[in-house]
Design a protein around this ligand. Structure first.
Ligand code: ZN
Length: 100
């Protein structure tokens, strides 16, 4: 990432989906190491876990789970479709403008 004159990176906000394959704790540790050795040593890394989002194909009920309980809470069907929680994405950057 290129440093823009007159601005300072304060924080990086990352979303880690339950099915992303990334471990939030390991990612946090790695990103803190990267940030400490960069042009923005004071930058914080905020990691937000996103639950697994599912939709029941039998009754259409949409629901989320953090414990990988896959049965529909309304009709108990196991015929469910994954609709969210696969992503590992950079959600936003917090930047402070600094007078040169
Ligand atoms: Zn259902």
């Amino acid at each position: 990432m290129q440093r823009r004159p007159g601005s300072r990176l304060l924080a990086v906000n990352v979303v880690v989906g339950a099915l992303s394959g990334a471990d939030p704790e390991s990612l946090d540790f790695a990103m803190q190491l990267v940030a400490a050795d960069s042009d923005w040593p004071g930058a914080k890394v905020h990691i937000r876990g996103e639950p697994l989002a599912l939709q029941c194909r039998a009754c259409g009920h949409a629901f989320e789970t953090r414990k990988f309980e896959l049965a529909c809470p309304k009709c108990a069907s196991l015929d469910v479709e994954v609709t969210g929680g696969r992503d590992l994405r950079l959600e936003s950057l917090e930047v402070q403008e600094v007078d040169a």
